[in-house]
Design a protein around this ligand. Structure first.
Ligand code: MV4
Length: 493
């Protein structure tokens, strides 16, 4: 493998190409018209524009991407996350074109893409499932029978769903019929498949996932867990490894179950097995994500393993370079997703220009980003602009470093989740490890954030600049641009 095409954009395209470069592999970037000036386009050895800004006309055009790989002489395609990464047909089309898909087989993607299929596969390997069904729901009378087993509230979930779509809570039997109808209709509209199933509702679970990697020779290793409970609208905001609540014994059980799930679909490549964990540390298999995930970095920090390098080697047919006995957890890592979102306004996406962008540096800090100062955040794609990862010898050191890095991170021009992150990791529930997926709903109020009074600071900055300009004649040329004001504010902190 001498040249790979990266079928993605932004920080993950950069992430993949960095490892390729270390391995002496050339890279081809594909980009949309909106992304022409992005760092990942410049970083690649070659870059090809594949269409207009809309993902459906660029990053989702599988055939065009395959054609570009062939034209440029790339022999493999890395899909990153999102876009075509969990598209079984794309995995198959890449292989059929004689190229290597750096990810799992179409069969694995297809099996795990159906939640019902995933549960059936996992059940054969005695992996614990949430009480409920693993067959498409037939009718209301069957639903009533199942409800006797699960009790209320229960959940109706779409088999083709993910990220909470097509999911309905049912509080009592009288709502069952209407909610089944609603879930089926939503599932059909969103996924073109209206299969639903029922699960007991786990009230305030933790979301813990296990990173696994398998090769094409049947070898598997689990790379421990990530705690991802701090999320909003099924969008994770903070992830850490290891989890502060697992015991050595439960970690091993979950790891072995995750490997069993991977084995159940002959998985190879990097993958993530998601579990719900209740307050008694009972864990239940939820679903498997058949891609490299956004939060893979925290696993890399605590294991010292470059997951992209392993993905590439496994895709080439090499055996895993380590065994289960050879991997261990070293230290602690926490990731904050730095998103162009406004915590004062329900975390709604905030667009605009990065008037100032200055990432933090120093011990234990890793920033995976995809934009530079002066760039616009396009409205067409995910609002995540960077991942800030802090590493420490233990959890407290990682948290302290994350907070220090947040203070050093200077972003001006758009609202971000940075201050939310600083607030979150300093709350008592987070520090004590006693939190679950309800964390933000339960504790967060926008007024808890350190509220910079922008207007007042602006006025003060203008006034002092005015005084300074009048006092230093030789500096008459300095004018109060947005950038000088921001710099003044920065230096004042
Ligand atoms: C659940 C659950 C409670 N009980 N299943 C949400 C998305 C999908 N991946 C599964 N999800 C859930 N399934 C049962 N039986 C609660 C959630 C859930 C959740 C799960 C993980 C992370 C965040 C979540 C937020 C709300 C609900």
């Amino acid at each position: 493998m001498q040249k790979i095409l990266v079928a993605n954009r932004g920080e993950i395209a950069m992430r993949v190409m960095r490892t390729a470069k270390e391995m002496g592999i050339k890279t081809v970037a594909v980009f949309s018209e909106a992304d022409r000036n992005m760092p990942f386009v410049r970083y690649a050895d070659e870059a090809v524009c594949i269409g207009p800004a809309l993902s459906s006309q660029s990053y989702l055009r599988g055939e065009k991407i395959i054609e570009t790989a062939i034209k440029t002489g790339a022999t493999a395609i890395h899909p990153g996350y999102g876009f075509l990464s969990e598209n079984a047909a794309f995995s198959k089309a890449v292989s059929d074109a004689g190229l290597i898909f750096i990810g799992p087989s179409a069969h694995s993607i297809e099996t795990m893409g159906s939640k019902i299929g995933a549960k059936q596969a996992a059940k054969k390997f005695n992996v614990p499932l949430v009480p409920g069904t693993d067959q498409p729901l037939k009718d209301l009378s069957e639903a009533k029978e199942i409800a006797k087993l699960t009790g209320f509230p229960l959940l109706i979930k779409a088999s083709a769903g993910g990220g909470g779509k097509g999911m309905r809570i049912v509080e009592k039997e009288s709502e069952l019929e209407e909610q089944i109808r609603a879930a089926k209709s939503e599932a059909l509209n969103s996924f073109g498949n209206d299969d639903v199933f029922i699960e007991k509702y786990v009230g305030a679970p933790k979301h813990i996932e296990i990173q696994i990697i398998g090769d094409q020779h049947g070898n598997y290793v689990y790379l421990f867990e990530r705690e991802c409970s701090i999320q909003r609208r099924h969008q994770k905001l903070i992830e850490e490894a290891p989890s502060s609540c697992l015991t050595v014994d439960i970690r091993k059980q979950m790891g072995e179950c995750a490997v069993a799930v991977a084995r159940s679909c002959n998985y190879y490549g990097a993958g993530t097995v998601e579990f719900l964990v209740d307050e008694h540390l009972h864990f239940y298999f939820l679903e498997m994500n058949t891609r490299l995930q956004v939060e893979h970095c925290v696993t890399e920090m605590i294991t010292g393993i470059d997951l992209v390098k392993e993905q590439i080697n496994v895709a080439r047919g090499k055996k895993l370079s380590f065994t289960q006995e050879e991997v261990s957890i070293n230290g602690h890592a926490i990731e904050l997703r730095v998103c162009a979102e406004d915590p004062y306004n329900n975390f709604l996406p905030d667009t605009g220009k990065l008037i100032m962008y200055q990432p933090p540096k120093g011990p234990g800090v890793r920033v995976d980003d995809g934009y530079e100062q002066g760039m616009d955040i396009p409205i067409y794609y995910d609002p995540m602009i960077a991942k800030l990862v802090a590493y420490g010898k233990d959890r407290n050191e990682a948290i302290d470093r994350l907070c220090r890095a947040i203070d050093e991170y200077y972003i001006h021009g758009i609202q971000t989740t940075l201050q939310f992150g600083k607030w979150a990791v300093n709350t008592e529930p987070f520090r004590s490890g006693n939190f679950d997926t309800k964390f933000i709903d339960k504790y967060f109020k926008p007024e808890y954030l350190h509220t910079e009074n922008i207007d007042e600071e602006h006025a003060a900055a203008l006034l002092s600049l005015f005084v300074w300009q009048n006092e230093t004649k030789e500096n008459k040329s300095v004018t109060a641009t947005e950038t000088t004001l921001s710099k003044w504010k920065l230096n004042r902190k």
